[in-house]
Write a protein that binds this ligand. Structure first.
Ligand SMILES: [Zn+2]
Length: 212
């Protein structure tokens, strides 16, 4: 292969990656992630059913970098000592739009379906509440309280209501697109960068002994 060809291949590869990322961003904006601050309450309809879509997620840099774990216990990040957390995803139709919350305005219209991601603890709390109060065919007020490890979600059902014909026809997220696991190569690439970001942590983790 000529030097020119090798150089060109790199540009083409980068371009593919850029297009892929742009596509992903667009997909994501069609089904934005519902973001709760401490004290926020949203009135939601579990439009895709009340069963969570489960997945494992690796989190770094205080949640700024996230990777879907492809195989719990066996992926490069698991082997590097980062335990993935079990999460549950739901599709929800959001009924209230607090004007004060600028970050939330991206949700846009009332016909927008959003993704609600909950921790394992919150999914358990949801399941317990559902057993008692049955959230099928009901709008549900979801309230977040607390911060960090003390975060709790509370679920209060409203009366039974029917979905409109328009609401019934709303497209739901294709979970496979959203929950595509990170590739082992991308994980290794990130781990190498992360090591360079946190030199003090590196000695604690003893990276050299980890075979990824
Ligand atoms: Zn993993």
């Amino acid at each position: 292969m000529s030097i020119l060809q090798a150089g060109m291949d790199l540009f083409l590869q980068e371009d593919e990656e850029r297009k892929e990322k742009a596509k992903k961003r667009q997909e994501e904006s069609r089904f934005p992630s519902l973001y709760f601050k401490n004290g926020d309450t949203y009135l939601c309809r579990f439009i895709g059913g009340v069963n969570p879509i489960p997945f494992y997620k690796h989190t770094y840099e205080e949640g700024r970098a996230n990777f879907i774990c492809p195989s719990k216990g066996a992926c490069p990040m698991c082997l590097a000592g980062n335990s993935p957390s079990l999460r549950g995803m739901f599709a929800v139709l959001v009924r209230n739009f607090p004007e004060k919350d600028a970050e939330y305005k991206v949700i846009g219209t009332k016909e927008q379906v959003a993704r609600l991601e909950l921790s394992a603890t919150a999914v358990m709390a949801f399941g317990e509440s559902h057993k008692e109060m049955d959230f099928t065919n009901k709008d549900v007020n979801i309230k977040r309280t607390g911060e960090g490890k003390n975060t709790n979600y509370l679920f209060f059902p409203k009366g039974v209501t029917k979905l409109t014909d328009k609401e019934k026809k709303l497209e739901l997220p294709n979970w496979e697109e959203f929950l595509t696991p990170a590739s082992p190569e991308d994980m290794r690439k990130y781990l190498n960068r992360y090591r360079s970001l946190e030199p003090e942590e590196e000695t604690k983790r003893d990276w050299d002994k980890i075979d990824i």
